[in-house]
Design a protein around this ligand. Structure first.
Ligand SMILES: C[S@@+](CC[C@H](N)C(=O)[O-])C[C@H]1O[C@@H](n2cnc3c(N)ncnc32)[C@H](O)[C@@H]1O
Length: 311
């Protein structure tokens, strides 16, 4: 059953070129390097990367999701290995050992399209939303005991939802009256009953589902940790390529790259040299209209590329 849900890889050639190329050509020695695909998913980027590596090259992949890891086991290639870990664990790789690091963050299509994973308001299923189903709490378990103030804050911060207060109150009231919410269908209906107006074409529950998913998977915290870890594991000249799908993630990536690619002078010692730059921004890329037409999920993607300096 699960095999019927595929993932259409976003910015496939663009991401692999960004890891490998200087202009149209691969840079010298690119194919012998060690690369990290921090978000294996269904391996679209990983497979193309592997096809470009020499026998000396290596690809280390990460994914939190046991189903993604099970798919990765089908790649029988001695240059490839998969780790069932969150990408914040990147920090465990040896310092300056990585030629290129790719993060294609967010959810995969198989996660969204499988009702049993509980990510989507379009299907009824258990209200889970964990990427790593082997640990942690599901959204239903968290909502069963969470404080009203925490539920409100999560919906407001991670969903940027102006009706966070009324939605959180409705969740708490329903919990008192009839017990906790346990399915995606119940949550979607409760939000639709609470939020009467919405942007055209948007389901009223979109922002609440996004908020709970980001919270339960600690997505923004792990992204920040992985970005910090990239500075330790990338070798001088190594590339950082991050594809994100909403503004909260992209803001973190953009700020991180800007912070580390700007000269900072210490005002207390005005004649001292500026703090050395750790990154050089190589720009950002959006999917073209043909890719968006073929894969509407690519619509909101933004890819940012930076290069580790030798500081
Ligand atoms: C958009 S998909 C990646 C798709 C992949 N590039 C492909 O072409 O098939 C994102 C994947 O990242 C994984 N993921 C999200 N956050 C993660 C984290 N903090 N650590 C490890 N994996 C994560 C998800 O489980 C999902 O499989």
């Amino acid at each position: 059953m699960e095999a019927t849900w595929n993932h259409a890889t976003v910015l496939l050639n663009e991401a692999v070129d960004a890891l490998f190329n200087d202009g149209p050509q691969a840079f010298a020695g690119a194919e012998d390097g060690t690369y990290v695909d921090a978000t294996f998913g269904r391996g679209g980027h990983s497979r193309l990367l592997l096809s470009r590596l020499s026998p000396q090259g290596r690809l280390i992949a990460f994914d939190k999701d046991p189903q993604a890891v099970a798919h990765a086991q089908s790649i029988a290639d001695p240059r490839f290995s998969i780790r069932h870990q969150g990408f914040a664990q990147l920090s465990e790789l040896p310092p300056a050992s990585v030629s290129g690091l790719l993060m294609d963050i967010g959810v995969s299509s198989p996660q969204i399209d499988d009702p049993q994973r509980g990510f989507s308001f379009r299907f009824d299923g258990p209200l889970d939303m964990r990427m790593d189903t082997t640990r942690g709490q599901s959204v239903a378990q968290w909502l069963a005991t969470a404080e009203l103030s925490q539920i409100t804050e999560v919906i407001r911060e991670y969903g940027e939802e102006r009706y966070a207060g009324p939605i959180a109150k409705a969740i708490a009231a329903r919990r008192q009256e009839r017990g906790p919410i346990s399915t995606t269908g119940e949550l979607a209906q409760l939000v639709a009953d609470t939020v009467k107006t919405r942007e055209p074409g948007q389901n009223p529950a979109t922002r609440t589902f996004q908020a709970f998913r980001i919270f339960i998977n600690a997505e923004l915290e792990e992204l920040q940790q992985a970005l910090e870890a990239s500075l330790h594991v990338l070798q001088p000249g190594g590339r950082l390529v991050v594809i994100s799908f909403h503004s909260l993630e992209d803001r973190i990536v953009k700020q991180f790259i800007t912070t580390h690619s700007r000269e900072v002078y210490d005002r207390r010692t005005p004649f001292a040299a500026p703090r050395p730059l750790k990154l050089r921004s190589l720009g950002r890329i959006r999917p073209g209209s043909a890719e968006v037409a073929a894969n509407p999920r690519a619509r909101s993607a933004i890819m940012r590329v930076a290069q580790r300096t030798d500081a």
